[in-house]
Design a protein around this ligand. Structure first.
Ligand code: WAQ
Ligand code: MG
Length: 251
């Protein structure tokens, strides 16, 4: 086989997701044909080692991606900011958002929206960058970016290492943020992780991926993502791009 493929896996307990099985883990890659075996192997290992225990149903799906459909974009340049407290980090985030033409009001609303979530969403909220009004109608699910990966894993990882970074979290977040930044009408993004042990987050724009630590306190299991967009953006079209457009990020 040749070309690019989307490989998706999800594992559940009890029975398959469609019959009410409990979600255990999932992941998705977009990779060249010759990497399929090793990626599937890695996904299987991930399931075997899952802290929540054994999977009862594992679903793999592999789809060819047409080369002509793929867009290639450059990874955003990485910056790092370290603050003394969460409050100070919030101010750094708001400052970065303002530099990307997001209004102070919308930036503060964004921070508060994530801060006050009762439970984490699976996807992102889309906000009007001027008023801070939520524009997507996906409620507690959010918009899930998908069909994206780095073009060359080795190059991408060595780009991260050159910034002293080696976590899969930054890898995945930089790919997601870079894809989002290529969307029409995009101005910026705010994110922090829902992983209780991971307190770094970031503000992204069309110019940079700015890591900010600590955007939440240790042991806090709530995270989230907000995309800030220009007024009047066609939201269904934007969601189509974020969810479906095959995108490879080049480091
Ligand atoms: N599309 C849209 N939103 C998503 C997606 C996705 N594919 N995946 C996660 N989210 C949303 C969802 O609301 C999660 O609750 C929230 O983002 C956080 O997701 O460089 O790990 O996967 O060190 O926990 C930042 C890295 C890591 C900073 C972010 O997010 C750094 C992270 P998580
Ligand atoms: Mg997470």
């Amino acid at each position: 086989m040749r070309g690019w493929f989307s490989v998706r896996m999800r594992a559940a307990r009890g029975c398959i997701h469609e019959e009410g099985g409990e979600h255990l883990s999932g992941c998705e890659r977009m990779i060249a044909a010759d990497a399929i075996r090793s990626i599937i192997d890695g996904m299987l290992q991930r399931i075997e080692k899952h802290p929540k225990g054994q999977a009862d149903a594992i679903n793999f799906r592999i789809d060819r991606i047409e080369e002509a459909d793929i867009v290639r974009i450059n990874a955003l340049p990485i910056e790092n900011r370290v603050a003394a407290t969460v409050e100070e980090a919030e101010e750094v985030a708001i400052h970065c958002l303002k530099e990307s033409c997001i209004s102070p009001q919308a930036a503060r609303i964004g921070v508060q929206l994530i801060r006050h979530l009762k439970s984490s969403m699976r996807g992102a909220m889309i906000l009007d960058a001027e008023s801070g009004v939520r524009l997507d109608e996906t409620e507690s699910r959010g918009v899930r970016l998908s069909h994206m990966d780095c073009e060359d894993e080795e190059k991408f990882l060595s780009f991260l290492r050159s910034h002293g970074l080696n976590g899969t979290k930054t890898r995945e977040a930089l790919i997601l943020a870079s894809k989002a930044s290529a969307m029409d009408g995009y101005l910026g993004e705010l994110c922090w992780s829902d992983d209780p042990g991971y307190v770094s987050g970031y503000v992204a724009s069309t110019k940079s991926y700015c890591r900010i630590t600590p955007l939440k306190n240790h042991a806090n299991p709530i995270g989230g993502r907000i995309l800030f967009v220009k007024k009047g953006l066609n939201i269904p079209k934007a969601i189509q791009f974020l969810e479906k457009k095959p995108t490879l990020v080049i480091a």
